[in-house]
Design a protein around this ligand. Structure first.
Ligand SMILES: Nc1ncnc2c1ncn2[C@@H]1O[C@H](COP(=O)(O)OP(=O)(O)OP(=O)(O)O)[C@@H](O)[C@H]1O
Ligand SMILES: O=c1ccn([C@@H]2O[C@H](COP(=O)(O)O)[C@@H](O)[C@H]2O)c(=O)[nH]1
Ligand SMILES: [Mg+2]
Length: 240
């Protein structure tokens, strides 16, 4: 399940020297599956609270691959804060904010909203929370999202989950979702799948090369899939 695995808990860093310090303090991941080094979490400078130790998981996968469903189980079992980028954007539309109309148009077309807008919403979500353990669901969707997060938040994910699901299964799940989403129709799903295929893989590749990617087979029942996810978080307990 693990290809290699995650670095340790980080905090947020605004300067390159503190980033270097983080790299120095982050222990190398043992080659033995799911065994983390025991280095202490790093408390550094950053745009969020200096007191907060961050442990960030990016949760990636195509539309309908089960990210939200599995995040709910991780929250229940391991006490993370779930920030779904799509949900934050939908809340922005619902609040009639300045960007709401633009965001709605992008979502209807399955396009990726400008990074700055999404990262600011994620930042707000992270700031409003005492817990430093975050699941950031459905983000980053492309390389530009990824670098914007690093620049604005000043942090990298500790681990990246990727729910690997065949297209036919994703289409079936989205069409059965029945939550009234404007993008849950076959026309928009096809567009979302195209965008996913074109932009997600460079991000996945990037984290794979950094040894942070954990690819999960997303076929099976929700509980079966969670049993593949559980050891990832069980292994992180005690190093956060
Ligand atoms: N393992 C599973 N088997 C069958 N259906 C599932 C499974 N996991 C989730 N679902 C259902 O599939 C639909 C999509 O799941 P979910 O909303 O978790 O996906 P998602 O990856 O968050 O999608 P999106 O990117 O569109 O938000 C939901 O209706 C959910 O109940
Ligand atoms: O980082 C993001 C996340 C989402 N979007 C837009 O929202 C929809 C729905 O996202 P879900 O993750 O499926 O809830 C997505 O198709 C994009 O249009 C985004 O632009 N950036
Ligand atoms: Mg979702």
């Amino acid at each position: 399940m693990w290809r290699r695995a995650a670095s340790l808990s980080s905090s947020i860093f605004s300067s390159s020297s503190s980033r270097r310090a983080l790299r120095d303090r982050q222990g190398a991941y043992s080659s033995k599956a799911m065994e983390f080094s025991s280095a202490e979490p790093f408390k550094g400078e950053g745009c969020l609270s200096k007191e907060k130790n961050l442990y960030i998981t990016f949760v990636l996968g195509g539309p309908g691959s089960g990210k939200g469903t599995q995040c709910a189980k991780i929250v229940e079992n391991f006490g993370y804060t779930h920030l779904s980028a799509g949900e934050l954007l939908r809340q922005e539309i619902a609040s009639n904010s300045e960007d709401g109309v633009m965001i709605l148009d992008m979502i209807k077309e399955g396009k990726i909203v400008p990074s700055e807008v999404t990262v600011k919403l994620i930042q707000k979500g992270m700031e409003s929370c005492d817990n430093g353990k975050f699941l950031i669901d459905g983000f980053p969707r492309n390389e530009e999202n990824r670098t914007a997060f690093e620049q604005i938040i000043g942090a990298e994910p500790n681990i990246v989950l990727f729910f690997d699901c065949p297209e036919e299964e994703m289409i079936k799940r989205v069409l059965n979702r029945n939550e009234g989403r404007v993008d849950d129709n076959i026309e928009t799903i096809r567009k979302r799948l195209k965008v996913f295929a074109a932009s997600h893989y460079p991000v996945i590749d990037y984290y794979s090369k950094k040894g942070k990617l954990c690819k999960i087979d997303a076929i099976g029942t929700e509980d079966e899939i969670f049993e593949r996810v559980r050891p990832v978080f069980a292994a992180c307990e005690g190093v956060q």
